[in-house]
Design a protein around this ligand. Sequence first.
Ligand SMILES: [Mg+2]
Length: 119
Amino acid sequence: MSNHGGWIGVDFDGTLATYDGWHGPNHTGQPIPEMVERVKAFREDGIPVRIFTARVYNSGRSGAAAEVAHATAVIEQWCLEHIGEVLPVTCQKDFGMMRLYDDRCVQVETNTGKVLGRE
Ligand SMILES: [Mg+2]
């Protein structure tokens, strides 16, 4: 896949790391091997990958910026340990996002509204 400066988003909880309910920002699940290997393959092909997770959403509440900074650091450390490098962490789409891997996504066919796969 050519990337033309684009990037692939990969959800964290339930996609890259096992998820069994929220246990706070310091708890991270075990790596899901099939997804970790997929991310490593993208990286070996030179494709940018960003961890795409609501963990780093800034609600605007008092103290939220510090919580986001902490949550980011926790995921960066997880990436270093299990993927071998720190990947960018975001909860924002931009026009460079080519593809998103997420356990809650439902894929819709472009311009038709048809659901691909299961709803
Ligand atoms: Mg998820």
